[in-house]
Design a protein around this ligand. Sequence first.
Ligand SMILES: [Ca+2]
Length: 87
Amino acid sequence: MLLLIKKVSATLLVVTMMAATILAVLVIHNGFPLKYMDIDDSGRVSPSEMYQTLDLGVRQRETNGQLCVEIFSLKDGLPIKLICGTG
Ligand SMILES: [Ca+2]
């Protein structure tokens, strides 16, 4: 029984590492800037946020005379988040 648990754990670890690697390759290939990936402003970038950015783009937008960065949905172009004053 212990051997089975060890085999299942090892398999889960390998599958998790493969999934993380695939996600990392997709995110890097997508080119979404890392500094804007913290969509919910939690202070860290979660794997789900990395995955979410595969469907997002970044564009500059002027708002109230200030140059801002707008994160938008690639599907329909609708804005997701506006970041101003980051320089
Ligand atoms: Ca976050």
